[in-house]
Design a protein around this ligand. Structure first.
Ligand SMILES: *Cc1c(COP(=O)(O)O)cnc(C)c1O
Length: 482
């Protein structure tokens, strides 16, 4: 028996590599990361994936050398498809990946502190709650508000919607009469969350938008009066603070007033736009966000952190707790009197990564100043692009409120939608920058979203150059053909 245990131990101990082994792996990983970062400016923002299929490395009983593994990873993953870490990533709301964030993740994984319950690690929970309170203050919530660090905006929205459902007392029997108000510009994860939260059969009122894609609040008012008159139960209004398509901010203050008047829960999806509140000149546009009941805000967007960190902020923590708390016999040690709310009692998660460290460490190392400047810079770059692209003869959507804008080219002869699709394809094949597109009321628009911390003037000028050349080539080809 003992012999058998010792044999197993000898193999199991491979899970604890020696100092030398760790140093070797560390050195290879560090070299890989350094190579990635120092080449980021020449690496493409979009690269066609290699054509020889999936990762070649099988999952086997014994391990392989790190260099073999990293080579495969580089070819099949890190040099393929969209590169969200690139400053040329101007397509979907870009990712970040600031280095100190990665160090926070690394430390959190090595020490594996548990930040789910105050009882298990008061220090870790305090750090997470302190970050949440900082964000609450940013949106103007009073003391005593809290929320949760979730994996992203989708789960943050889900937690808010679930809390709203329960706080408003929406039971299964009432779902069909319950009404949710939003615009067609709301992020699709809101509809997804409504369905997951059992509200798929609720009435969804799509409130029309104005010419800048913001909720028409007079229309919201009209719908509310009608719905009340018809015996329906208006219970939730969702506003956007930075829509995905155009970065539009709904008139939050006016929605808040109606929400108050009609007794609705008012949720604001600020997953993309929320951190622009750190920029003094942009604050005004968010007026009224402080009157909401809950906010979703994504540090893995606006704070340039690696993917995997969204936050929900909720004024009424009790309500959040009542929707998410659960107990079990094997949890009895955790139920002591607590001076801090426990994240596990405020979210669907129990065991989780100590994800607060990836935000806390960069804040400690760098301070807030560079984040503030970067956000102001991105908004300014978007404005700069807005002016320049029109000088190049493009037609642009509304003047950007934050750092997203839509634009398109009106070609001499060609059908407009088709021409712009080809232009996006041209940009994608060039690969140095990456742009996305959207369709609004049947019209195809090219979409620029500036939120990579690596996007500076150089990348914006490069994008303008590529677009200009693209238009020339496409128009040129046409003339020759036609
Ligand atoms: C990105 C985004 C979401 C979804 O958040 P994830 O972090 O991708 O889950 C929701 N709403 C808005 C406005 C967003 O930009």
């Amino acid at each position: 028996m003992i012999d058998h245990i010792r044999q197993l131990e000898a193999i199991a101990r491979q899970l604890e590599p020696t100092q030398e082994q760790r140093s070797n792996w560390n050195a290879s990983i560090q070299a890989y990361a350094d190579d990635f970062i120092s080449n980021i400016e020449v690496l493409k923002a979009y690269d066609e994936p290699p054509t020889d299929g999936p990762i070649k490395l099988a999952i086997e009983e014994t391990g392989k050398g790190i260099d073999t593994i990293l080579r495969e990873l580089q070819r099949k993953v890190d040099r393929a498809g969209i590169n969200p870490a690139s400053g040329g990533h101007l397509g979907y709301v870009p990712g970040g990946g600031i280095f100190p964030g990665a160090l926070g993740d690394y430390l959190a994984a090595v020490t594996n502190r548990y930040a789910g319950l105050f009882f298990a690690n008061p220090g870790a929970v305090r750090i997470e709650n302190e970050l949440i309170r900082w964000m609450c203050k940013l949106v103007g919530y009073p003391e005593g508000s809290l929320g949760n660090l979730a994996s992203g905006g989708s789960i943050a929205n889900l937690i808010a919607i679930t809390t709203a459902r329960d706080f408003m007392g929406i039971k299964a029997a009432q779902v069909e009469k319950s009404v949710v108000y939003l615009t067609c510009q709301v992020h699709h994860c809101v509809q997804k969350a409504l369905r997951i939260a059992g509200l798929g059969e609720a009435v969804i009122r799509y409130v029309p938008t104005d010419e800048r894609f913001r909720m028409d609040v007079d229309c919201l008012h009209k719908y509310l009066r009608q719905d009340v008159a018809h015996g329906l139960i208006p219970f939730l209004a969702v506003g956007s603070a930075g829509t995905t398509d155009t970065g539009a901010i709904d008139p939050l203050d006016r929605i808040a007033a109606l929400a108050q008047q009609f007794g609705l829960w008012f949720h604001v999806d600020a997953a993309y736009g929320g951190f622009f509140l750190m920029v003094e000149e942009l604050k005004g546009a968010f007026k009224g966000i402080e009157r909401s009941d809950s906010v979703a805000i994504d540090p893995h967007k606006g704070l340039f952190l690696p993917y995997g960190l969204g936050a929900v902020l909720i004024k009424n923590v009790e309500a959040q707790y009542n929707s998410h708390f659960y107990s079990a016999n094997y949890m009895q040690d955790a139920q002591k009197a607590q001076e801090e709310w426990s994240p596990a009692d405020l979210s669907p998660e129990l065991t989780k990564h100590f994800r607060g460290l990836r935000m806390w460490l960069p804040f400690q190392l760098l301070g807030l100043q560079p984040f503030r400047a970067a956000l102001a810079e991105k908004a300014a770059l978007c404005h700069y692009f807005y002016n320049k692209v029109r000088e190049l003869g493009f037609e642009a959507g509304p003047e950007p409120e934050l750092s997203i804008l839509i634009f398109r080219y009106r070609p001499a002869k060609e059908e407009m939608n088709r021409f712009n699709q080809q232009l996006v394809e041209y940009v994608r094949q060039d690969g140095r920058v990456f742009l996305s597109s959207t369709t609004i009321d049947g019209a195809y628009w090219i979409r620029l979203a500036v939120l990579s911390f690596r996007t500076h003037l150089r990348e914006i000028e490069l994008c303008l150059d590529i677009l200009q050349t693209g238009v020339q080539q496409l128009e040129g080809t046409r003339t020759v053909e036609g």
